[in-house]
Design a protein around this ligand. Structure first.
Ligand code: NAD
Length: 430
């Protein structure tokens, strides 16, 4: 599972050799602290009122010209001339952004009544994705479209922190205020909340459960009965409880609701399986088992839990898609279909769940994550999967977990219907 090439390129001889041979030189990502202050730039006229929100993130202002976080407010850019302000603001500072630093571009929602504004605001997307591909040194670039910076506070905190180490090239839309609540303690935002994670005995799900517990949640570790011992051990470590249940059971939603009489605040649909085969060789059973675990069970349990009122108001549902569902992948017609289905579910249900239940629905779409699942991939395919992204390496389960925790955050009520890739800006489906 270890990425030996990444360790090698981190040494002086490794750097020398890979540079001489013109090989990729991925940077070790900083996942604990960022080294430097915050630089707040603007392009075009803006009255966003961002400064107080940035001040609350705890990041200090960049004093020495080596920022670890750069925020460019381009919400006021309405024409091509003003777009030049994006170049003018970032061109002189990009080189000085610290390794593993963050660039966050802020844009406005596209105005359908003004095709000039829509054109240049859309231009920010191409700009962000291109800069993400060239910036290097473990640095990330993301675009947030927003109208109210207060509603985007949890999103800005996440994107400007080490927690978003493997999230780059993303466009995230944050709605207007409403639906979110500021936690008493930003370090323990999930205190007093119950979170259920499916498929949490191991891999990404175990990391999600651990991260949510670390943020104060009472976690329920759900996994198949065959993994009950593992699930129980994981739950004990986290001070939570285990629930042995095959999520494809027709009454899984009802059984979860019965096990949690106080209802759920956070529901993470993480359980997933692969049964790869090209379509010509794929028996119907391989097709249906993947569709059943990855999509049908998510639809069924979500419907049952919402109908039973078992997801509390202010609740968060996060489902797990995959870049295979966005880009497609040879040998994965079943898996790609199931994960694309998650995207459709999230986009359609999000506004209705918000209006009817006060619940948000979002998805994470992991790329290549270092788990048992990807360790089993043949060497050359695995190496290609690992390197073919802007950060030149695979992500870790904790990267998906922290992204999930941001979507599950009580203050993320204005983030709804989003599909956020945790893929280091994978070239697949870019
Ligand atoms: P994993 O195989 O390590 O873990 C999956 C867990 O889900 C296991 O504990 C398994 O027992 C459980 N599970 C499977 N079927 C279940 C069922 N019917 N009911 C309850 N639990 C069930 O997988 P992972 O790599 O940790 O992946 C987690 C999720 O992330 C999956 O949805 C996967 O498709 C998705 N994903 C993973 C990657 C990656 O690179 N690892 C990439 C994209 C998406």
């Amino acid at each position: 599972m270890a990425d030996r090439y990444l360790s090698f390129t981190g040494t002086a001889p490794g750097r020398f050799l890979t540079r001489r041979l013109g090989l990729p030189q991925p940077a070790e990502l900083r996942r604990d602290t960022l080294d430097g202050g915050l630089l707040h730039l603007t392009a075009g006229k803006t009255d966003l009122g961002l400064a107080p929100v940035l001040a609350r993130t705890g990041l200090t202002r960049d004093e020495d010209g080596r920022p670890a976080a750069v925020v460019l407010d381009a919400t006021g850019v309405r024409d091509v001339d003003a777009l030049a302000g994006v170049h003018a603001a970032l061109h002189p500072v990009v080189r000085s952004v610290a390794a593993s630093g963050r660039v966050v571009v802020l844009g406005a929602p596209l105005d359908p009544a003004d095709h000039h504004q829509a054109a240049v605001q859309q231009a920010l997307e191409g700009f962000t994705r291109s800069l993400g591909k060239e910036i290097g040194r473990g640095r990330t670039v993301n675009l947030v479209r927003l109208t109210d910076p207060c509603a985007a506070e949890s999103t800005l905190r996440f994107l400007l922190s080490p927690a978003s180490a493997y999230v780059s090239g993303q466009v995230i839309e944050v709605g207007a205020a409403g639906g979110g609540t500021e936690p008493d303690d930003w370090a323990l935002p999930l205190a007093g909340r119950t979170a259920l994670v499916t498929g949490a005995a191991r891999g990404i799900g175990a990391a999600v459960a651990e991260t949510l517990a670390g943020q104060g949640a009472q976690v329920v570790v759900l996994d198949v009965p065959q993994a009950e011992d593992e699930a129980r051990r994981a739950a004990e470590r986290l001070g939570g409880t285990a629930l042995a249940l095959d999520i494809t059971a027709p009454d899984a939603g009802e059984r979860i609701a019965a096990a949690l009489p106080g209802g759920l605040d956070v529901l993470i649909h993480n359980a997933g399986v692969t049964r790869d085969r090209r379509l010509v060789n794929m028996p119907a059973e391989r097709w249906s088992s993947v569709l059943d675990v990855n999509l049908a069970s998510v639809l069924r349990t979500t419907d049952a839990l919402l109908a039973a009122g078992a997801v509390n108001r202010g609740g968060r549902i996060v489902a797990t898609a995959s870049i295979a569902g966005l880009a497609g992948n040879a040998g994965q017609t079943n898996y790609g279909a199931s994960k694309a289905g998650i995207v459709g579910l999230v986009r359609a249900l999000a506004p209705r769940a918000r209006d009817a239940h006060g619940v948000t629905v979002n998805a994470v779409a992991p790329g290549f994550i270092e788990t048992k699942m990807t360790a089993a991939v043949p060497l050359f395919i695995r190496e290609a999967g690992r390197r073919m992204n802007s950060l030149g390496q695979g992500g870790l389960p904790v990267d998906v977990a922290r992204t999930t925790a941001w979507l599950a955050h009580p203050a993320s009520g204005a983030v709804n219907g989003q599909v956020v890739r945790v893929c280091g800006q994978s070239l697949l489906g870019a």
